[in-house]
Design a binder for this molecule. Structure first.
Ligand SMILES: Nc1ncnc2c1ncn2[C@@H]1O[C@H](COP(=O)(O)OP(=O)(O)O)[C@@H](O)[C@H]1O
Ligand SMILES: [Mg+2]
Length: 555
C-alpha cells in the first residue's frame, strides 16, 4: 500500500517520456506548420477518446521587431533565389518571398501581427507503451494534415515545464514558432469571439469541440442570413429551427414564409399563423389588386398592376395593353379601397372602342386557374405568421404571383412594428427573373430599417453570383451558412473566401438523413465555423411532424 502511494507521487523521466505518479506522458513538438491549416483541424487531430493534452502559448511580437522579422525572411528568400541553389525549389522560394512581402504590408498597416507561439502535445497513458502508442497515432494524424512533428529527445523536462515568455523559460530548440495572427487564430476553435453572442439564439455546436455557438441577428447591421446546400442537406429544417428559436427568445417576432414547395403550411398553422395559397386551398387570400401592397398609394399601385398583368399576358398587343392600363387607372381613380378582378372585368368594356381579347384573357380570374386570387384580401391583421404557399402555381404564372406577393411582403415589413423574419425558400426561383432578383437585393439592403431580416435558402450560391444584384445581396448577408454542396465553384470559393480545405470538405459534409444532424460551415464576419446543426428532441419532433410536404411528413 505504502509503496503504491509513494509510486503515485513520484516522478521519473526517460529520454522521450516522463512519468508523474502513475501516468506516463509522451510529449510531441511541432517542427513545421503546414502552409494552410484546415479549419476545425483540432477536432480531427484530437478525437474525444484520445488521451492528449494540448498547451498553446502565444506572445505578441512588438511591431518594430515584427517588421524586422518579416524583412529578414524576405531578404533570405531573395538571397537564396539569387544564388539559385539551396534546398528549397525556386517556386517555393518565390512563394515565400511573395508571402513575406504581403505579410510585411499587413504588419505595417497593423492588419496582422506576429506572435511567438509554442505548442506542445502531451499524449498520456496508464503505461509507457500506451502513452507512446497514443503519441504515434497523434503524430500520424498531424502528418496527414501536413504538420511536421518531432519527439523531444532528452528534453522532456524542458518540454513539460511551466509556461513562460520565450526568453524566460528553457525550451527545446524549435519550440517557438513565429505565426501571423491568422495562423494563430486557426489554432483555436473560435476565430472570433464576437460570434459568441450570448443574447442570440443557439445556431449549432462546434464540430471541433461541441461547444455551443450563439448568434444574435438583431445585433448587426444586417439581420439577414443565407443558407446554401443541396436538396436534403437541411436548409428548410435549419431555417425553421432558427425561426422557432428566434420566436422563443422574442415571441413578438413576426414570420413570413415564401414557400415555393408548400412545405411550411402545417408549421405556420401550428404556431398560430395562416396560409395563403394562390393556386387555391389556403385559408386566406392576398388580393393582387389590393393597394395595401404599395402602402395604400393607388397611383403607384396602378403602375405595378399594369406591369404585373403584362407579365401574365406577354402576348398583349399595344392597344390591348393600353386598354388594360386605362381600365386599371379608372379602377383606382374610382376610389375603391380594395378592388377585385371582378371589378376590373366590369371596368374593361367601359372604354370606348375595341377592347380586343381583354375580356377573354381576364376570364381566367373568373372561371380559370386564377379564380382563387379574385376577391378581397382576407388576411387578419393580427396574424403573426403567414406562409405564402406557391406550390401548384404554373411556371408561366409565377412571375405574376411573385410580383404582388413581394410587394405585399415588403409593405408588411415596412408597416408593422417589431422584429420580423422572412424565410425565402428555394430562392433560386426568384433569382431567375431580373425583376424579382433585384427586388430581393433591395429587400436585403433595406429591411433592417424595419427591424426585419431575411433567411434566404437556395441550393447553390452560384444562382446569385451570376448577376450584380445577386452579388450585392450575398454581400449584405450577415451570416452565410454552407451545408452539403455537391461542389464549390471557383467563383464561389473566391467570393466567400473559402480555403481549399473548406471547399474540399463541403461535398463531404454529413447529411442529416445519415447523421441525425446537419454538418455545416458558418461564415460570420471573418470567422469560419464548422458547426453541427442539432435540434433538441422536442424541436426535432415538432419539426418532423410539422415541416415538409403533405404526404412526406404524415408518416
Ligand atoms: N439538423 C437536422 N437535424 C435532424 N434532422 C434534420 C436536420 N436537418 C434536416 N433534417 C431532416 O433531413 C431531411 C431534409 O431536410 P430539409 O430541411 O428538408 O432539406 P433541404 O431543405 O435542404 O432540402 C428532412 O427530413 C429533415 O427532417
Ligand atoms: Mg427545403
Amino acid at each position: 500500500m505504502s509503496t503504491t502511494a509513494a509510486r503515485r507521487s513520484s516522478v521519473a523521466e526517460g529520454s522521450t517520456w516522463a512519468r508523474i505518479g502513475s501516468r506516463y506522458l509522451a510529449p510531441l513538438l511541432v517542427r513545421q506548420f503546414p502552409p494552410e491549416v484546415a479549419f476545425g483541424f483540432l477536432g480531427r487531430v484530437v478525437p474525444t477518446d484520445a488521451e492528449v493534452d494540448l498547451v498553446i502559448e502565444a506572445y505578441r511580437v512588438p511591431a518594430n521587431e515584427a517588421l524586422e522579422l518579416v524583412h529578414r525572411a524576405k531578404t533570405a528568400a531573395e538571397t537564396e533565389l539569387a544564388a539559385g541553389t539551396g534546398g528549397a525549389s525556386t517556386a517555393e522560394l518565390e512563394v515565400e518571398r511573395a508571402s513575406a512581402d504581403a505579410l510585411g504590408r499587413e504588419v505595417a498597416r497593423r492588419a496582422q501581427e506576429l506572435w511567438r507561439v509554442g505548442i506542445r502535445w502531451i499524449a498520456s497513458g496508464a503505461s509507457r507503451p500506451r502513452a507512446e502508442a497514443e503519441r504515434l497515432r497523434l503524430a500520424g494524424r498531424l502528418a496527414e494534415l501536413g504538420f511536421r512533428t518531432r519527439v523531444p529527445q532528452y528534453e522532456v523536462a524542458a518540454t513539460l515545464g511551466p509556461t513562460g515568455a520565450p526568453g524566460g523559460s528553457r525550451r527545446p530548440v524549435g519550440y517557438w514558432q513565429t505565426l501571423p495572427t491568422d495562423g494563430l487564430a486557426a489554432l483555436f476553435p473560435f476565430a472570433d469571439e464576437t460570434v459568441l453572442e450570448p443574447t442570440g439564439v443557439l445556431v449549432g455546436l462546434s464540430l471541433a469541440n461541441a461547444s455551443p455557438v450563439f448568434l444574435d441577428r438583431w445585433g448587426h447591421a444586417s439581420h439577414s442570413w443565407g443558407f446554401f446546400g443541396t436538396t436534403g442537406s437541411g436548409k428548410s429544417f435549419a431555417a425553421s429551427l432558427t425561426a422557432l428559436r428566434t420566436r422563443w427568445l422574442r415571441p413578438e417576432t413576426e414570420l413570413i414564409v415564401l414557400d415555393p414547395l408548400g412545405e411550411y403550411g402545417r408549421l405556420v398553422r401550428a404556431i398560430g399563423g395562416t396560409v395563403v395559397r394562390p393556386a387555391g386551398g389556403g385559408e386566406d387570400r392576398i388580393n393582387p389588386l389590393d393597394p395595401v401592397t404599395t402602402a395604400g398609394d393607388p397611383n403607384e399601385k396602378a403602375g405595378r398592376v399594369g406591369t404585373m398583368l403584362r407579365a401574365l399576358f406577354p402576348s398583349l398587343r399595344d392597344e390591348e395593353a393600353a386598354g388594360l392600363d386605362a381600365a386599371v387607372r379608372r379602377l383606382y381613380a374610382a376610389g375603391g379601397a380594395d378592388p377585385t378582378f371582378d371589378d376590373l372585368l366590369r371596368e374593361v368594356p367601359r372604354r370606348a372602342g375595341d377592347v380586343g381579347r381583354l375580356p377573354a384573357l381576364l376570364e381566367v380570374f373568373r372561371s380559370g386557374s386564377l379564380a382563387p386570387v379574385n376577391g378581397h384580401t382576407t388576411l387578419r391583421t393580427d396574424a403573426r405568421a403567414v406562409a405564402v404557399d406557391l406550390s401548384g402555381v404554373p411556371d408561366d404564372q409565377m412571375p405574376f404571383h411573385l410580383a404582388y406577393v413581394l410587394d405585399w411582403a415588403y409593405g408588411r415589413l415596412r408597416s408593422r412594428p417589431g422584429p420580423k423574419l422572412v424565410v425565402v425558400d428555394e430562392a433560386h426561383l426568384l433569382a431567375r427573373h431580373d425583376a424579382t432578383a433585384d427586388f430581393l437585393d433591395r429587400m436585403v439592403r433595406h429591411v433592417r430599417h424595419f427591424q426585419a431580416g431575411l433567411l434566404l435558402l437556395t441550393q447553390n450560391p452560384d444562382d446569385f453570383l451570376d448577376r450584380p444584384s445577386g452579388r450585392s445581396l450575398l454581400r449584405n448577408l450577415y451570416a452565410t451558412v454552407f451545408l452539403r454542396l455537391p461542389e464549390v465553384s471557383a467563383p464561389a470559393r473566391e467570393f466567400f473566401g473559402l480555403s481549399a480545405a473548406e471547399a474540399a470538405w463541403l461535398p463531404k459534409a454529413r447529411l442529416p438523413r445519415d447523421a441525425g444532424y446537419a454538418e455545416s460551415l458558418w461564415r460570420v464576419g471573418d470567422a469560419h465555423l464548422p458547426l453541427a446543426i442539432v435540434a433538441s428532441t422536442p424541436e426535432f419532433e415538432f419539426l418532423r411532424h410539422n415541416l415538409g410536404g403533405g404526404a412526406s411528413s404524415d408518416g
